[in-house]
Design a binder for this molecule. Structure first.
Ligand SMILES: Cc1cc2nc3c(=O)[nH]c(=O)nc-3n(C[C@H](O)[C@H](O)[C@H](O)COP(=O)(O)O)c2cc1C
Length: 360
């Protein structure tokens, strides 16, 4: 690591950006009753006794006058499904609160809904800090929702999860250390992919002892099910995720499960020969598109509505499939066209993660 003494602002910003933070929206109300809010990641704890926190605001911020004059502010630690809220309050404009559900806290300060936690504060000090001002607040009231907090680093939104994924993945049957790094990389990428693809449920799955097994779900505001948990095993012949593994893993790894799954299916889904022919045709399609598809899956115990799904393989440096990245949505919201924007973006995202895994 080479030390740089004469650095440019951009280089300093990049270095500071390696410090991964949470994301907050800090709110206040001015003396004429107008609500103000800014996205800030400069928030930090200062002292437990007395309970003090700080954040710094740019002097060029439009709401600087409001925060400077106000006696109160509230810090909202955003949840990982609040990227839109963060982006909304990071824009300088009037009426930021119109259409944003909120209540009123101490000092009439606006309190946003849906955060991982919030802290209501009285401002006790304000220090000059170059092109910023540092506010110190005494915490008067706190609340915590149990939601996972949004993270920010390297100029990007991230998802924060605990560092104990290893044992989970091992239980699910992915024992290679490269797989664990790959899962971490892919999980980190999901919030951004979710934003790119729109409001659809995303799933990251590995090949487990019992076949295609979910390790992470990235929720959507328009969910397809309330039963999507890590560890859920999907049908290898009927789900898009299963078909991706069936098409891109070596036959000897999948053959017995495919045979078993087609047997089980016969009671409700027609003859074995018919199911086999349909499945074989889906394999030809999947390999030619580099992407698997399951269209019009009828409501089931897992999802209560008809859904469409696509799944793309994530491959390691040797070209071996290590995970499936899948998107599922209400059939009315996700079409069946292979070349539509969502499946194309999904394939691209899986290819990008594959490239990152290969370099890691
Ligand atoms: C993740 C993130 C973190 C930010 N952190 C800060 C911060 O700590 N202090 C600050 O003054 N601006 C910060 N900003 C920029 C402000 O949110 C942005 O300038 C906003 O327009 C300020 O609102 P205003 O101009 O209405 O006051 C951040 C933006 C983002 C996206």
């Amino acid at each position: 690591m080479e030390a740089i003494a004469a650095f440019e602002a951009r280089q300093l910003r990049d270095v500071l950006g390696t410090f991964v933070t949470g994301v907050t929206v800090i709110t206040t109300r001015d003396s004429s009753g107008v609500a103000h809010g800014v996205t800030a990641n400069s928030f930090s704890s200062v002292s437990l006794d007395p309970p003090l926190v700080l954040w710094s605001q740019s002097l060029s911020s439009r709401s600087y006058g409001a925060f400077h004059d106000s006696e109160h502010f509230a810090v909202h630690i955003l949840a990982d499904d609040q990227i839109e809220v963060s982006n909304h309050f990071a824009k300088s404009r009037d009426n930021k609160f119109s259409g944003v559900p909120h209540g009123r806290g101490i000092g009439d300060v606006p309190l946003l809904e849906g955060a991982a936690a919030h802290l209501e504060c009285v401002k006790v000090a304000e220090y000059p800090g170059g092109d910023h001002v540092v506010y110190v607040g005494r915490v008067e009231r706190i609340a915590q929702s149990g939601r996972r907090a949004l993270a920010f680093g390297g100029g990007k939104y991230m998802v924060a999860y605990s560092h104990d994924l290893g044992p989970t993945a091992l239980r699910l049957g992915t024992s290679k250390p490269t797989d664990l790094r790959a899962i971490q990389l892919a999980t980190n990428a999901l919030p951004v992919i979710s934003t790119q693809l729109g409001e659809h449920t995303l799933c990251l799955a590995v090949w487990g002892n019992h076949g295609p097994t979910a390790v992470h779900w990235e929720p959507s505001k328009q969910p397809v099910s309330d039963q999507l948990r890590p560890g859920l095993v999907m049908s290898i012949t009927r789900s898009a995720t299963g078909r991706a593994f069936a098409a891109f893993l070596p036959d000897e790894m999948t053959k017995h499960l495919i045979d078993e799954d087609l047997q089980v299916s016969t009671a409700t889904l027609g003859s074995i020969a018919g199911r086999r022919a349909e499945f074989d045709a889906s394999m030809v399609e999947t390999r030619s598109h580099g992407l698997a598809r399951a269209i019009g899956s009828t409501p089931s115990a897992i999802h209560q509505i008809a859904v469409n799904a696509f799944s793309a393989p994530i491959k390691d440096a040797e070209g071996q499939m290590v995970m499936a990245l899948s998107v599922t949505s209400d059939a009315a919201r996700l079409g069946s066209d292979w070349d539509a924007a969502v499946p194309r973006a999904l394939a691209l995202a899986a290819a990008e993660i594959s490239a990152q895994i290969s370099c890691a």
